[in-house]
Write a protein that binds this ligand. Structure first.
Ligand code: DGY
Length: 319
């Protein structure tokens, strides 16, 4: 009897993907082992493939305990928790799920922008509290206009460009900051992030996470954004100096924030809970049934493609 391919699943996945994997391969869930480290040390050599996610990732240490590993397929577009250099050194193929989530992440960035600008969540709380029907209560405060306003985008990859196209539908004036200008786009490149922040009404952050962008948005950028500027983060919590952001919001040095990501998820700085001009989401930018299904399909297809003919559909860019 031929041996079935053995796959280690690092964390929980969509049930439909888990079922599909279990039907095709021998799968073991690492997160379910009482002592995952001891399990890896004892059984790691038995695995041919690893399924992980942008949130869980993998380390060089994990790979060392899996000497026969040939392929890794990750659920998500983020690469900041994937030790790609370690995979490259070992000749292990890595796949991820770009493109299929561009629309949903861009949609959510626009949703956050509209929410903080037009005070949507705050107005919802106003109605639910009964403030609208309370005789003599203050009327709901005026919001800020989005259509025609100035939008700064930090990072202009696939998702950043999708956000820009959405924003163009709101007649926004769009500029972006990246290390180098992006070829073939009409939006104006701004080489200085501080200048971009000073210029715009809304600053949307959608650059890759990791060491290269850690605290790219610091107190100086927030001060340049100023008391009339809003920030939206659908990238990684690490891109913004979170302590500086909390201070800027508490001291009203910026107008508000829409945040889908945090530095130490699922922990969210408590000081933000009391602020009406902040919208807090539990990292759900790609979280629609359609997109998560497409991501799950890509995770499976990457692994299967590699096992069949040595090719991932979406190979991760190795350093
Ligand atoms: C991604 O795909 O990287 C999302 O942010 C989910 O982690």
């Amino acid at each position: 009897m031929t041996r079935r391919t053995r796959i280690l699943q690092a964390g929980r996945l969509l049930p439909s993907l888990e079922q599909r994997l279990a039907a095709a391969f021998d799968t073991v869930l690492l997160a379910e082992q009482p002592d995952p480290q001891a399990f890896l040390a004892e059984h790691g050599e038995g695995f041919d493939g690893l399924i992980t996610s942008a949130g869980v990732g993998f380390t060089a240490d994990m790979l060392e305990r899996m000497p026969n590993l040939r392929a890794i397929s990750s659920f998500g577009v983020g690469l900041d928790r994937l030790d790609l250099a370690a995979a490259r050194d070992r000749g292990i193929a890595v796949g991820y799920t770009p493109d299929v989530l561009n629309d949903c992440v861009a949609d959510l960035a626009i949703a956050l922008l509209l929410d903080v600008a037009r005070r949507v969540s705050e107005a919802d709380r106003f109605v639910r509290r009964g403030d609208w029907v309370t005789p003599g209560a203050k009327s709901f405060p005026l919001a800020r206009k989005v259509s025609g306003a100035k939008l700064g985008i930090v990072g202009l990859g696939r998702i950043g460009q999708t956000i820009a196209r959405r924003a163009a539908g709101f007649d926004m004036d769009i500029r972006y900051h990246t290390r180098r200008p992006v070829d073939g786009v009409a939006w104006k490149h701004e080489p200085s992030l501080v200048e971009l922040a000073r210029w715009c009404d809304y600053l949307v952050v959608i650059t890759a996470g990791g060491a290269a962008t850690r605290h790219l948005i610091d107190a100086a950028v927030l001060d340049a954004l100023g008391p009339h500027g809003f920030i939206v983060n659908v990238a990684r919590g690490s891109v913004i100096d979170e302590a500086a952001l909390v201070r800027a919001l508490v001291e009203k040095r910026i107008a508000g924030a829409g945040l889908d990501v945090f530095d130490n998820e699922p922990e969210v700085p408590r000081e933000l809970f009391a602020l009406d001009n902040v919208v807090l989401l539990p990292h759900i930018a790609s979280g629609t049934e359609e997109t998560r299904r497409a991501m799950a399909d890509r995770v499976f297809d990457n692994l299967q493609g590699f096992l069949r003919d040595g090719r991932m559909v979406s190979p991760a860019p190795l350093p």
